[in-house]
Design a protein around this ligand. Structure first.
Ligand SMILES: *Cc1c(COP(=O)(O)O)cnc(C)c1O
Length: 458
């Protein structure tokens, strides 16, 4: 689909330029250091702010005058307090799916009115806390609704008055899966939400709303990376149509807010942002025009698309070797920071860029090589048979587009410490860094591995 209007200025040049400056500065400033800190993650704050602005603009362009649109960030995509604080500063709230994610959002100062709770396994205590705090929530299944019935039997609780509860039900429109099974939430047998096409399910949902005037929202998230935009729009359309049916059946506009989830896929092949939020918003406006006539408030829950392009993991090449004729760069970034790419390389390929020992882009003829991580299993490769300038010991390998779901979701294999995360702003040729997360110390690592209970098993 061609976006209307003049093409956006090539983002690749600015993004790549900022990235090059940041890698060089991170090496010069010792954020990456051969002995102590062989891997670090960098976050481009300019990209995050520009991406957040693009999201607001895309929906503002198609929304009705005065229509309420709340954008939230799926915290699992970047579970770092300063990142949540930055996004909140950009007008983007938080979609949380566990007590830990809620605690992070609260620590970041994200207000209850911009927080949505969506976990499929909420305990009664979590439900009670969300109601008491006045956080919006979406029930996943009939048993969860029954728990809410009990919690609300004495009338509304907490911060919201009767009629202002922000409670919805998640549906699965069962429109089918995308390219990645593990990312597809709208298959016939997905574990998420109420399976709308199952026998009797639609009528059950309509009755559930009729019986509960406090159900005022409807939620759907049809999946993430690998889902074509048309399928995402079909899921939103199914949600909208069900809301219309429920409102008609109860004879008033009981459902006032539609939560359309996240899932915009990210282009991991180049620096180009495609599809963009504007492509998706325009497709929604064409496919589901009623979404933007102002009768419904909207909630979105994008994760990957808000952060992926802003992040890079930079790792020192410790050794360069060769096996069976294949050059292999052994680096310090593997499964501990790129777990999906290492375990499902076909679904999650990422780009690797070569930098030299000073952090300057490495020149030279491309050579087919593997880029390996430090973990002790053979599959710990972030790129296999990749054509790159030949990496040598002391060089750096940069894992691109890793701002979402990579370093923020580390894997504790081989007791490798979590790397530091540094936000950066490039001004002219100067780069300013801000600590987002300290590199994990070995003392910390020992402590979280039962260090304080050393003698417990004697
Ligand atoms: C993971 C998730 C999202 C975010 O998905 P992205 O693909 O990162 O945009 C949004 N909503 C729900 C309910 C999710 O589980």
């Amino acid at each position: 689909m061609e976006p209307a209007g003049p093409p956006a200025p090539a983002p690749s040049r600015t993004l790549a330029h900022r990235r090059d400056l940041a890698v060089r500065a991170a090496v010069a400033d010792g954020l990456i250091d051969g002995d102590r800190l062989p891997v670090a993650a960098l976050l481009d704050l300019t990209t995050i702010r520009e991406t957040a602005a693009a999201l607001h603009a895309a929906f503002a362009e198609v929304a009705a005058e005065g229509q309420r649109v709340l954008h939230t960030f799926a915290v699992k995509a970047g579970s770092l307090v300063p990142v949540l604080r930055l996004l909140d500063d950009c007008g983007i709230g938080a979609e949380v799916a566990s007590p830990g994610e809620l605690a992070l959002a609260r620590a970041a100062g994200v207000p209850a009115c911009r927080t949505v709770l969506d976990s499929p396994a909420k305990t009664t205590a979590e439900l009670r806390e969300a109601l008491d705090l006045g956080i919006a929530l979406n029930a996943d299944n009939p048993e969860e609704l029954a728990r809410l019935d009990d919690l609300l039997s004495g009338g509304p609780r907490g911060a919201r008055a009767a009629g202002e509860e922000a409670i919805g039900v998640r549906i699965n429109p069962q429109i089918g899966g995308g390219a990645i099974d593990a990312m597809s939430t709208a298959t016939a047998t997905s574990k998420f939400g109420i399976a709308l096409r199952d026998e009797g399910a639609r009528a059950w949902v309509v009755d559930a709303y009729r019986a509960r005037p406090w159900l005022t929202r409807l939620h759907c998230h049809v999946g993430s990376q690998g889902m074509p935009l048309a399928d995402m729009a079909a899921g939103v359309r199914a949600t909208y149509e069900l809301a219309e049916e429920i409102n008609a059946a109860v004879g008033r506009q009981q459902i006032t807010v539609l939560d359309i989830g996240g899932g915009l896929p990210v282009n991991f092949a180049t620096d180009e942002v495609t599809p963009g939020y504007a492509d998706y918003a325009r497709l929604l406006a064409a496919q589901v025009p009623g979404l933007f006539d102002g009768r419904y408030g909207l909630v979105t829950e994008f994760g990957r698309s808000l952060l992926a392009k802003a992040g890079v993991i930079v790792a020192r090449v410790e050794y360069a070797k060769s096996a069976g004729g294949r050059p292999i760069a052994v680096t310090h970034a593997g499964a501990q920071v790129a777990v999906r790419t290492v375990f499902a390389p076909d679904a999650w390929p990422i780009r690797v860029a070569a930098y030299d020992a000073k952090g300057l882009p490495k020149e030279g003829p491309e050579v087919t090589q593997d880029v390996a991580g430090p973990c002790c299993f053979a599959g710990d490769l972030v790129a296999k048979g990749r054509d790159l300038p030949l990496l040598a010991a002391g060089d750096h390998a940069a894992l691109l587009d890793t701002g979402a779901y990579y370093f923020s979701n580390p894997f504790g294999y081989n007791s490798l410490p979590r790397p530091g995360v540094h936000g950066f702003v490039a001004e002219g040729d100067a780069v300013r860094f801000r600590t987002v997360r300290e590199p994990q110390s070995l003392d910390d690592l020992v402590a979280e591995s039962g260090g304080p209970h050393r003698d417990a098993l004697l």
